[in-house]
Ligand binder design. Structure first.
Ligand SMILES: Cc1cc2nc3c(=O)[nH]c(=O)nc-3n(C[C@H](O)[C@H](O)[C@H](O)COP(=O)(O)OP(=O)(O)OC[C@H]3O[C@@H](n4cnc5c(N)ncnc54)[C@H](O)[C@@H]3O)c2cc1C
Length: 237
């Protein structure tokens, strides 16, 4: 049954998985996702294999500089999503996911932002037709939810975080599995006990995952460019 345009529906349990702008979140917490200081402008490359495509291979490409990064990721349909990442204040005139109307203007802006970077890498700007604005948001690593009944949140609605750990989808799927397990576990006498057990475990698990995602952002967008990431992998810190 669709509730588009209004209406009401009685349910024993509401599972809110409505993403970063969750309408159900205020029922469990006053805390809203905060801008993490990093904005992505992204677009997709679908054309013939080029410099970025060759270096992305079947996985990812990370080009890191002074508080800026160009990140690319191969998708299952063979396209490549390219992210231009910068530390910058949020632009209140745009919303997350909004497309830039003037692709030529955003190309010029990105060329300025990434001035001096490898021209072969920047050539990818001409391979992208349209660009989207994507500021990154996150919930705190430690959350405490107000008491509630017959309702729970999962995925980004519960714990959106910057994508630097690459764990958002995985955590959303794990939430779903753990919620079902809790709902069918014989030790939980009531629905609300099952929900409470699920949320305790989920919020506890997410503390470390969110901290890692935030730390990943510090590693990738650093004033020292690629050095912190190299140190991380070589165990120098
Ligand atoms: C740039 C970027 C890169 C990422 N890369 C990765 C990665 O490599 N690996 C990874 O695991 N994660 C990654 N993530 C994170 C991942 O995308 C999210 O964690 C994941 O999509 C969360 O899934 P979700 O279902 O909770 O929320 P969403 O994917 O946001 O889905 C919520 C859905 O609910 C719908 N909705 C909202 N309100 C309503 C309503 N009122 N009625 C009906 N429908 C509604 C929305 O339209 C949306 O379809 C990345 C995120 C970003 C921003």
């Amino acid at each position: 049954m669709s509730l588009t345009g209004g209406g009401h529906l009685d349910a024993d349990l509401v599972i809110a998985c409505d993403g970063v702008r969750s309408k159900a979140r205020p029922l469990v917490t006053d805390v809203q996702p905060a801008y993490c200081g990093i904005t992505f402008v992204h677009g997709d490359v679908t054309g013939p294999e080029s410099f970025v495509a060759r270096h992305t291979g079947e996985g990812i490409l990370h080009a890191l500089g002074d508080n800026r990064a160009i990140l690319a990721q191969r998708a299952a349909d063979r396209s490549i999503r390219v992210y231009f990442a910068v530390r910058t204040p949020e632009d209140p005139s745009r919303s997350q996911g909004a497309w830039f109307e003037d692709s030529a203007a955003i190309r010029r802006r990105l060329r300025t932002t990434f001035d001096g970077w490898n021209p072969d890498l920047l050539a990818v700007l001409d391979e992208i037709d349209t660009f989207a604005y994507w500021p990154l948001y996150g919930m705190p690593a430690h959350q405490r939810w107000a008491p509630h009944s017959a309702l729970t949140l999962l995925g980004d609605a519960a714990h959106v975080m910057p994508p630097f750990g690459g764990e958002g989808v995985n955590m959303a799927l794990l939430d779903s599995v753990e919620l079902v397990r809790a709902l069918f576990a014989p030790e939980h006498g009531t629905l609300d006990e099952a929900i409470a057990a699920f949320e305790r475990s989920m919020l506890d698990r997410m503390t470390g995952v969110i901290e890692q995602a935030n730390a990943g952002g510090e590693l990738l967008l650093s004033a020292e460019g690629a050095q912190p990431l190299l140190d991380h992998f070589t165990g120098a810190v």
